[in-house]
Write a protein that binds this ligand. Structure first.
Ligand SMILES: [Ca+2]
Ligand SMILES: [Ca+2]
Length: 279
């Protein structure tokens, strides 16, 4: 009964008696229901509250996030915490990914927020070292980190080597990458290289670039500036891109700014929700 398996499956985790081999309270409830004596069992930690510091609807991608957990163990066992994230709401992926977490003591956990914007489900597991676990969860909305300065690319003319004209949420035009909207995107053909450029109208000193990738991200790309849209200077070279949000402080001046993708991170093309250029 209620035993959907021992995997960390989304949703089903609530009904698992043995998530990842650890015993939850439901395990003992079932054991008791079947007439077994549970009075001498060591039982699981109970999480009575889980709170997100700050606004859970504005968690900055890849930055520190602090959680406050109130948990007790009926046996007085010392508790250890693990934090996991699910991107189920973003991409229907049921896998739980561990999020780096530091136990600050007093039930406070410093966690590195997921790097990818959207709604995530965060799981906190409290284990007692006796094979038992208590689990609580909260949903958060991850957003691109705020950037100082002005986004000078916003609403400026954008062109690209290619874009997807139809299918799904497309047309995915170059302009979609500079419209300031988190849910519209530019998407290129599924080949290398591809580029997207913005005409700032006049030579502009630049201090920061923020790229918000869709699932189809660039593994390798170069950020470039130009005075004429013909000859390009390198602002930043990236060879280990992992998608999500890429933030760079830069130093350079140009009228044109370009992201030039040379290696895709997936079998799909290149797709940007937003290409923010700041000064
Ligand atoms: Ca215990
Ligand atoms: Ca957009």
């Amino acid at each position: 009964m209620f035993h959907y398996g021992t995997e960390d499956d989304f949703g089903g985790v609530w009904f698992n008696l043995l998530p990842a081999g650890q015993k939850r309270l439901s395990y003992y409830a079932v054991k008791e229901a079947y007439g077994a004596d549970t009075s001498h069992d060591n039982t699981p930690p109970v999480i009575s509250s889980l709170a997100v510091d700050g606004d859970p609807a504005k968690v900055e991608a890849g930055r520190d996030l602090t959680l406050t957990v109130k948990a007790t163990d009926p046996d007085g066992d010392a508790l250890a915490y693990q934090v996991l994230g699910s991107s189920m709401y973003l991409d229907k992926d049921k896998k739980l990914t561990p999020l780096p977490a530091t136990d600050l003591g007093g039930g406070r956990l410093r966690v590195t927020a997921p790097d990818r914007p959207g709604v995530w489900k965060v799981y906190v597991k409290a284990t007692d070292g006796k094979g038992n676990v208590g689990i609580e969860t909260r949903s958060i909305r991850v957003v691109p980190p705020a950037v100082n300065g002005t986004n000078v690319a916003l609403g400026k003319p954008a062109t690209a080597s290619s874009y997807q004209t139809g299918g799904g949420d497309c047309p995915c035009t170059p302009a979609n990458a500079v419209d300031g909207k988190a849910d519209t995107r530019w998407a290129a053909d599924w080949s290398d290289p591809q580029w997207l450029q913005v005409d700032l109208g006049t030579a502009t000193p630049l201090t920061h670039v923020q790229l918000v990738w869709e699932a189809a991200y660039a593994k390798a790309y170069t950020l470039q500036t130009s005075d004429d849209g013909q000859s390009w200077r390198t602002l930043r070279e990236v060879t280990d891109g992992n998608g999500g949000v890429d933030d760079f402080d830069v130093s350079g001046t140009g009228r044109y700014v370009r992201v030039h993708g040379t290696a895709r991170g997936t079998g799909y093309g290149y797709s940007l929700y937003e290409f923010g250029v700041y000064h």
